[in-house]
Design a protein around this ligand. Structure first.
Ligand code: SF4
Length: 318
C-alpha cells in the first residue's frame, strides 16, 4: 500500500433487508456493490451521486455504523473490520462524522460546553481543566466566541450549529472526517462559511475529508478528487479538474450538465427514467436502463473499471 494512502476500500459490499409491506417477505437492498477506492492522506475526496446511490451507506460502513457484507477496509494499513476492542476504540477516535442536519445532530438538552466536553470525558483521562482548555481552543478554531459555551443549541443559527458540530468532531484530534451533505440543510447565504471552514481545516491542519454531496459546485470548489457513484458502484473517479474537464462516463456527463453554472456551453443531458431500486438491480451495466449510448452487450455484460488516476466503468472505453 503506498504511504500516502490513508484508507483503502477493497471490493466492499453492504446490503440490508427490509419488509416488503402487505405482500410479506423481505427484500434485499444492495446499497454498496463491490466498491474499491483509495482515500489519500490530506485530501478532500468527494463522493457524488443521486439520492439512493449508496454514498451515505458507504460513509457509514467506513465508520462501522453500517455492517459490511463482504470486502475489506484498511485504515493506515490495518483492516478495521477485524480490529480488537482496544484498536477499534482508537480507530473511532481518529475518524469522526459531521452530519447533514445541525438541528438534530446536537443534543438540545445539553449546553454547548457539555456537548464539546463529552467526547474527551468518555475517551480520555484528562483533568477537567485540560478538557475545558481544549473546548475553548476548538470553539475558537471554528470561529465562535467562548461566550457561546454556556448556551443551548436552539440559541444558534443553522450555520453556527454546524460550526459547533464540526468543533465536536475536532475534539479528539481526528485524522479523518466524513462530512455527509454538510451544507445542504443550511441557507445558501451561510453555506460558503462552512465550506471555507472545511477548506481551512484541510489546508491548515491536514485533516483528510470524505465529502458526501450532490452539490456539484461544492465539489468543484472543495474536492481534490471525485468519485461518482451510481447504484452502489463507482462509475468514474479521478482528480476534480480531470472529471470536470473531460467527464467520461455517460452518467457523470449527465450529472455535471445538471449543474447550473458548469459546462454552460454544453447541452444539458436529460436522463430518462428514475434511478432503479437498489432492491432490484439491473443486469449488465447498472446504468443501461437510462444510458443514451446503451449497446446490446451493456444489457447483459458487466463493464469493469479501467484507467489509471482517472478511472471509468463503461464499455465505451474498453
Ligand atoms: Fe452506457 Fe453501456 Fe457505458 Fe453502461 S457500459 S454507461 S450502458 S455505454
Amino acid at each position: 500500500m503506498p504511504d500516502k494512502t490513508l484508507i483503502k476500500i477493497s471490493n466492499l459490499y453492504v446490503e440490508y433487508h427490509t419488509n416488503k409491506g402487505i405482500l410479506g417477505g423481505k427484500s434485499t437492498i444492495h446499497a454498496v456493490n463491490g466498491v474499491s477506492l483509495d482515500i489519500y492522506k490530506g485530501e478532500i475526496l468527494a463522493i457524488a451521486g443521486e439520492s439512493g446511490c449508496g454514498k451515505s451507506t458507504l460513509a457509514k460502513a467506513l465508520t462501522q455504523l453500517e455492517p459490511v457484507k463482504s470486502g475489506e477496509i484498511f485504515f493506515n494499513g490495518q483492516n478495521i473490520l477485524t480490529l480488537d476492542k482496544k484498536k477499534s476504540k482508537k480507530f473511532h477516535q481518529t475518524v469522526q462524522m459531521v452530519f447533514q442536519n445541525p438541528y438534530t445532530s446536537l443534543n438540545p438538552k445539553m449546553k454547548i460546553c457539555d456537548i464539546l466536553k463529552e467526547p474527551l470525558e468518555i475517551n480520555t483521562d484528562y483533568t477537567p481543566e485540560k478538557i475545558y482548555g481544549i473546548v475553548k481552543k476548538k470553539i475558537s478554531l471554528v470561529g465562535l466566541d467562548e461566550s457561546c459555551l454556556e448556551l443551548y443549541p436552539h440559541e444558534f443559527s443553522g450555520g453556527q450549529r454546524q460550526r459547533i458540530a464540526i468543533a465536536r468532531a475536532l475534539m479528539l484530534e481526528p485524522d479523518f472526517i466524513i462530512a455527509d451533505e454538510p451544507v445542504s440543510a443550511l441557507d445558501v447565504s451561510i453555506q460558503a462559511q462552512i465550506i471555507n471552514l472545511i477548506k481551512e481545516l484541510n489546508e491548515k491542519y491536514g485533516i483528510t475529508f470524505l465529502l458526501i454531496t450532490h452539490d456539484i459546485s461544492v465539489i468543484k470548489y472543495l474536492a481534490d478528487r471525485v468519485a461518482i457513484m451510481y447504484l452502489g458502484e463507482i462509475a468514474e473517479s479521478g482528480k476534480t479538474e480531470d472529471i470536470f474537464a473531460t467527464p467520461l462516463h455517460p452518467y457523470t456527463k449527465a450529472l455535471l450538465s445538471s449543474a447550473p453554472d458548469i459546462n454552460k456551453t454544453d447541452k444539458k443531458v436529460v436522463l430518462k427514467g428514475d434511478l432503479p431500486s437498489p432492491a432490484d438491480l439491473p443486469d449488465g451495466c447498472k446504468f443501461h436502463t437510462r444510458c443514451p449510448y446503451v449497446m446490446e452487450k451493456c444489457k447483459t455484460c458487466i463493464p469493469h473499471e479501467r484507467g489509471g488516476s482517472h478511472k471509468v466503468r463503461c464499455f465505451l472505453y474498453e
